[in-house]
Structure formats: C-alpha cells, structure tokens
Design a protein around this ligand. Structure first.
Ligand code: PEP
Ligand code: MG
Length: 841
C-alpha cells in the first residue's frame, strides 16, 4: 500500500457489524452491545487496531469518509478502545469539528459565554493533547472572549499556522496523535505493567457528540448502581446541567442523581429521564451480566448513552457484586467464583487496628491499601527479604517504590512510602498484594543511608523498630497496636461455600497455637496440616523446663524435666482438638536444634546458671558443646528423636492423653503425628516403634481405645527419592518445601535474601524459589516422592505444607500431581479455597 493512499477500513457500529474485541477493542464491543440492547447510543464508528497502527507509522484513514457518517455539520469525539480497559490509552478528545463558524452559530443560540467557553476548551485540549504545545501556555485561564482570542493567537504563533478549521484535518490530527501516544515508551511500559502483551494494539471509537447544552433540560453525568467500596446496591453518580464529558465528576456544582436532603437532584428535575436511566442500568446489568457505570448526556430533553464501563471496585465490592449477580440468577455461582481473583481476598482478611485501643500516631499519609499490620522497620527490599526469611514480619519503608522493590514488598507485611499517591507503584502493588499500605507520608523524613526515619515531631525510628501501619486510615503508629480480627460477611462466606462445592483438593492450615487454629477454622480450613510444636516451648515457664531438660546429665533427670512439660503439651493439644472439632490435626514432633533454646548473650548465660543452680563455666561449656557449624543440617528433627528419644516419647504421650480426654468428652479424634527431617527408613522405624509403645501404654492405662496416623515430613531430597521404602511405615507424606527447597538448591533459607534480587534480575532463577515453588527441580522431587510412595501404599495421603502451600501456582501443581491437600498459613486459606475452585473449573 502506498503511503499516500487513504485507509478505509473502519466500521459503523450497528447490531450486525463485524466488531471484535481483539480488533476494535473493548469499548467498541461494549458500545455494540449497548446498541443491540437498543440503548440510545449516538452514531459511532470503530477503527481497528491495525489501522491505528498504520496511522502511527505515517498513513492516514479517509477522514472525510468517516465524517460523512455524521451529517453535514459533524461534531464528534474520539475515545480509546484497547482490548482490555485496564491497559489505559490516550485521553478522549471531545468536540472535534468545532470552529469559528460553529462558535458563531452556538453564540446566537446559547449565548456568547457558552460558545466562548466551549471553543476555548476545545482549543486548549487540542493545543496540549494533539499539537503537544506547552500546557502552561493554555491551561488555567478563565473562559472569556479575550481568553479565546489569546488561545487562538498563541496557537498560531507556536504552530506557525492558524488553528485548523477543517473538521477532517482536525480528525486526522487527533487520530494521529492518539495513535502515536499509544506507541510511546511510557504508555507501553505502563500497559505492560498491567499485563498487556508487547504487541497490544489500540482501537479507536469516533462518536457523534451529544452536546449537553441546549434550551430544554441539557447536561451530562454518570450513573452507577452499586457503591464502589462496599458493593451495596445504591444509585451513585452526579449530573451537571449545560455540561459535557466528565464535567459532572470534576465540577463542584454537579447535583445528585437521587433525591437528597443536601440539594437538588436529577430525579426531581427530570423524573422520566431518571427512570429511563434506571431502566437502562437494569438492562445492562441483566444482559451484560455486570455492574456498569453509564456515561450519559441530555440534550434538550433527549437522553443519550455515550459509554458504559465496568464499575471500578474494591476487592470487597467485587466479591459482593459477583455474589449478588449470582443470587439474582444473572450469572451462575461458578461464574461468580471465577470472577473473584483469589489474591484479592487477602484485602478482606487483614486485621484492622482496634479503634478502642490507644493510638500513638507518628505519621500520616494516603490510605492506599486497607488493613493493618505490625512489624519491624526495614529500609530496603534486601532487608525485607532477609527479615521474611528469618520469619520476622517487617514493614518496608521507602521514599517511593519501583518495580525492583516488588520482591521486598512480597516479603513485607506492610509498606510505608514518603512520596506517591493512590496510583503510585507502592499503592497499586500494595492493593494487588493485599498489603496494608500508606503512601505520600510527606511529613516523615527518611535517611536511607543512615537507616533512620524522623517523624514530624522529631521522634526517630531505626531499622528493627516495631511500628504498625494502618492502611485503612493512612496512619502509622508507634509499636504494636491492638488489632481486630477481620470481618467476614455473608457474601464472603457464600462465595467460599460455592468454591468448596467446586474444588477437588483439600485445604488445611499451618497452625501452631490455639489462636492460629481458631483463625484457621474461621477461614474454613479442613484441618491442621502442620502444627510446629516447638513454637509451644518459648513461653517463659516452658523455656525453663526446656533448658533443664537440655542440661540434664542423666536420662532420669531428663525425664523429670520432660514430665514437667508433659501436662503443658497435653493442654496444648487438647485445645487444638477442641477447636478443630473432629477435623484432622497433624502434629509435627519437635524439629529445631536444641541450642535455639539457650541464651546467646553472656548475661543470659549467667541468668541461666543461676536458674539452674550450676556454675557459669559449666553452663557456658554445655552451650558451646551444643552449638553447631551448620545447625540446620545438624542435630535437629528426627535426629534428635533418635538420639534423645525421651522428647518424642513425651510429645507422643501428651498427644495420646489429650486424645483420650477429647474422646471421653464425646468428640472423636484421630491425631496425626508427623516426623520431621527424615532421610532414611530406619529413622522412621525407630521412632514408630517407640510411639506405638507409648500408644499401647496410654491405651492400657486409660482403658480407652483410639487410633492415630503416623506420617513423615519429606524435607530432604533423600526422603523424596526413598519415599517408596519410607512409605512402608508412613500413612502419609507431607512435603516440607521450605527445607526441601533449601536442600535441593543447597541454598540457605535464612541467607538467600542477600543475593536473591541479583539472581532473579540476572535470570538465574525465574522467581525466588522460597516464594514460588520451583516446579522443575523441587517439583520433580515431589513427583518422584509421590509416585514412589503411592507405589508402595496406594492409599498414601499426600500433601504439601511449606510456605508455598497457599500459592495458586503450587496448588495447581499439587492438584495435577494428585495430592490430597495443601496446607498454608491460616490467612491464606480463603485464597487457597478459591484458587482451588478456579482450577477445577
Ligand atoms: C518446611 O520445611 O517446609 C516446613 C514446613 O517446616 P519448617 O518451615 O518448620 O522448617
Ligand atoms: Mg522444615
């Protein structure tokens, strides 16, 4: 095709025109749907993406042929229509076709002032967005005849030609500038950040202007039928007489739509038109199967629907809308389930700061992502990752965040930035991740090199200091604030109930304490998949008994210390069984190296020596003897169980005695006992023999019969490879992918944060394997273990309980591999339930 030849590939949108979302974009497709629903949409022409691309590279469409569709005296708008509305696009340009002749006619009909204002606005918009002149020269002037003359003169001086009067020339310029804006680097990067493919094209929509200016009722507005924050059914929007475009949303004089004590409303002004809008809204909802925001214009009492877009909504509203549509029979329950992004649920789940508690506010900013979290301050993404690897919640404090901070944000429980607004990187990503987030806290001063944050009142905070971020109010608080559990409403429960009907993989929770267990139950976990019992030993009274046990010289002394721990553990397990009400509870036997329970400072050692009534030198010597070069690969897990079997004996007894008490109370329970860090069959044999003996002893002593299931945690590559023989003694295998990842890569889970950024940036790893399961390597071990284990024992229960358990990607992997369940932290259970349902659909 020659460059000079004009393109003619455009379509008038009619009910039967060939309009596709891929070619003409979502807006063109949506307008066609509105036309099919017989809504009063003005004449509209759609340009496909390939034509727009050709325009960007120098060709032009036949503008006179387009204008011919709009009558003798065309006045039109051009709107962007990418395939996906989230990909943005250049701003809409209104009033193309405006010129001095139209100005004069308008002045006669509607007065000089209205004509001057409209024309000035067009010239301003054209100069800035189409001719790309400096906005300072055009914006911020009050409309008047003089201002219009000045604008036309400035245009002429800057462009070396008069302001174009010919509508075809105007249209060509507008199309060219919009086509080129789409190809610009910034626009490209922005849309790619929102998931647009590199080759994403832009369709354009040319539409007859409905002016919103006239003698009779005239104006423009927007209307929607739900609250965008709560999702409750409610008419929302604004109307402004003698206006056009989105004026009603930006100008203070706009009036309400429905009757309102605070002022006049469209409902009172034009009840019939208002009723028409309600009817159009209902038609859209039923037939487009979505809550839409309708942009409308009234010209001399004549209503036009210019556009309809999906109502922008919070995660909470999105869920409520989906459930309401399904309950009204507009969509099916499974479609409602599919419409809610699993990761979006986290925003609904986060705790809130208890308004009744004390609030020591040290900074205020924009409440960019709701929920609240407490953690230690970190000033870099690396520090955030290191903190997460240590299992310490942290709050990422930055001047502003950039794409390379994404890993740090993943690792943080909340984010605070000095700069930015609702759509800055931190805000957008924070909302996406469900992370409480405050941006634009401009009253703080940050010194990242010195790792210091200074509040307005002069208070200083350092890395490691504990603060609370209230992303709902935009306030940062000193210390750990009192929290309220998140509210779950009926819509939330309904959606997850539908999800449960659809999914085909179980979801359990990792819960160590009664409060974790309660959260897990509240969030619909089908049991506890991992109870890390060592977390029960850090309370003051238990720590003393633990230390006595560690320092015991003889098995008898050790037994005495363990006897003190026994009732405490029994009570722990009893509570878990009670809370879980018959759901399975999988208890992992003691896992960490013993020295984790010893003091690390001299002062601490002295106190311990006093408490144990032993010489400091002896205590110090014992502590040193326990220290290991590589404790995570040392005397921990089942190795402790083999070398100091009394610990596991005590735990098994506590579990069985709690089982007996629960059974006696009328609640059936079959505890699951899991052995950590196994690498050889013989380890399992040794532990199993002793636990069976403890079970027999408890049965004999109490006269109560009960069952239990013994399983193995697969955390070493060897256990996965030898799963066939290990399964001879195990009713279930649970893959601990944290340690398994560590050992498969030979990569310390506590230190990897230091270089993970570089590794991911350099493409060594596609993702941090401690966050996203490495399906190629670690995943292969999972598949080998599962296959070999099931060959030995067909009914072997298989699961995953590492941190990966709640990720939709890992759930997909486990489901494909035929696992029975995944276990994840309680707060991720709803997301996992929903993600699992998505996979089954
Ligand atoms: C694991 O290793 O995956 C696991 C769940 O255990 P922990 O994180 O307690 O080592
Ligand atoms: Mg582990």
């Amino acid at each position: 095709m020659q460059k000079t030849e004009l393109l003619t590939d455009f379509s008038v949108i009619t009910p039967s025109a060939q309009i596709t979302r891929e070619q003409h974009g979502w807006r063109a497709k949506c307008l066609q749907r509105l036309i099919r629903l017989e809504l009063p949409v003005p004449e509209t022409v759609a340009l496909p993406a390939y034509v727009v691309r050709a325009i960007a590279s120098g060709q032009m469409v036949d503008c006179r042929a387009i204008l011919a569709h709009f009558g003798a005296d065309p006045l039109i708008s051009v709107r962007p229509s990418p395939e996906n509305p989230d990909w943005g696009g250049p701003a809409t340009i209104l009033n193309i076709g405006f010129n001095m002749a139209r100005h004069d006619r308008l002045a006669q009909r509607h007065g000089q002032a209205a004509a001057d204002a409209l024309y000035l606005r067009f010239v301003q918009g054209y100069a800035v967005h189409v001719a790309r002149l400096d906005p300072d020269m055009f914006e911020g002037v009050e409309p008047s005849a003089q201002a219009l003359r000045d604008a036309l003169r400035t245009y002429q001086i800057e462009m070396d030609e008069p302001f174009p009067e010919d509508p075809a020339r105007q249209l060509a310029d507008v199309l060219r500038s919009m086509a080129r804006a789409w190809e610009g680097t910034t626009a490209r990067l922005l849309r790619q950040a929102k998931g647009a493919p590199a080759e994403a094209g832009l369709g354009l929509v040319v539409q007859q202007m409905a002016q919103g200016i006239g003698q009779g009722i005239s104006g423009s507005g927007v209307i929607q039928f739900v609250d965008p924050v709560t999702g409750d059914a409610q008419v929302k929007g604004r109307y402004l007489g003698q206006s056009q475009g989105r004026d009603a949303l930006t100008r203070g004089e706009a009036i309400y739509l429905t009757r309102d004590k605070r002022g006049p409303s469209l409902e009172e002004l034009a009840p019939d038109l208002f009723a028409d809008l309600l009817r159009h809204g209902e038609v859209c909802r039923r037939r487009l199967r979505e809550e839409m925001q309708i942009e409308f214009t009234i010209e001399d009492g004549q209503l036009s629907v210019l556009d309809a877009v999906k109502v922008q909504r919070s995660a909470r509203a999105g869920l409520k809308i989906a459930v309401a549509l399904a309950k009204d029979g507009v969509i099916s329950p499974s479609e409602a389930v599919l419409r809610v992004e699993p990761r979006a649920l986290s925003e609904l789940l986060h705790p809130q700061v208890d308004p009744r508690g004390p609030r020591d506010v040290f900074a205020r900013g924009i409440a960019a992502s709701p929920g609240a979290a407490t953690g230690r301050i970190v000033f870099s993404s690396q520090a955030a990752q290191a903190s997460a690897a240590r299992g310490e919640p942290c709050i990422l404090v930055r001047r502003e965040t950039a794409p390379e901070d994404i890993r740090g944000m993943h690792s943080a429980v909340a984010v605070l930035t000095e700069r930015g607004g609702m759509t800055s990187h931190a805000a957008v990503i924070g909302r996406g991740l469900g992370l409480p987030c405050i941006v634009g806290a401009s009253d703080i001063r940050l010194d990242t090199r010195d790792k210091r944050l200074t509040a307005k009142d002069g208070r200083e905070f350092r890395e490691g200091d504990v603060i609370t971020i209230d992303g709902t109010t935009g306030e940062a608080l000193v210390g750990a604030a009192e929290m309220l559990a998140p509210a779950q409403d009926d819509a939330f429960r309904q959606l997850l109930a539908w999800a449960d009907d659809l999914r085909d993989i179980g979801i359990r929770a990792n819960a160590d304490t009664p409060s974790d267990a309660q959260t897990a139950r509240d969030f619909g976990a089908q049991g506890i998949g991992l109870c890390r019992t060592e977390h029960m030993f850090f309370d003051e009274d238990r720590l003393v008994a633990m230390r006595e046990m560690i320092f015991a010289d003889t098995p008898k002394d050790r037994a005495a210390a363990l006897a003190r721990l026994l009732p405490m553990q029994r009570a722990d397990f009893g509570q878990l069984f009670e809370i879980m009400k018959g759901l399975p509870v999988c208890i992992r036997l003691f896992d960490p190296p013993l020295h984790e329970f010893l003091p690390h400072s001299r002062e601490g050692l002295r106190e311990l020596a006093e408490a144990l009534d032993r010489p400091l030198s002896e205590v110090t010597r014992r502590a040193e003897a326990l220290s290991e070069f590589n404790p995570m690969l040392g005397m921990r897990g089942v190795r402790l169980g083999v070398v100091l079997p009394e610990i596991y004996d005590m735990q098994a007894r506590a579990i069985f005695e709690a089982t007996v008490e629960t059974v006696r109370a009328g609640e059936p329970v079959v505890p699951e006992i899991m052995i950590p860090l196994v690498s050889a069959r013989r380890e399992v044999e040794l532990v199993k023999t002793r636990i069976d003996a403890v079970a027999a002893a408890v049965r004999t002593k109490t006269g109560v019969s009960f069952d239990y299931r013994l399983g193995v945690m697969v955390e070493t590559p060897r256990a996965a490879l030898r799963a066939g023989e290990i399964a001879q003694h195990a009713a279930f295998l649970s893959f601990g992918t944290n340690d398994l990842t560590q050992m498969t890569y030979g990569l310390s889970r506590d230190d990897a944060g230091r270089f993970m950024n570089t590794y991911v940036q350099e493409g060594v790893f596609p993702e941090d394997p401690f966050h996203i399961l490495d399906v190629d390597g670690v995943g292969e071990l999972l598949l080998i273990g599962a296959e070999r284990g099931r060959r030995t024992r067909a009914n072997l229960t298989l699961s995953i309980c590492g941190e990966h358990g709640g990720n939709p990607e890992s759930i997909a992997f486990c489901r494909r591999a035929g696992f029975d369940y995944v276990s994840c932290s309680p707060y991720r259970v709803p997301q996992a339930r929903l993600a699992a349902a998505h996979l089954a659909l």
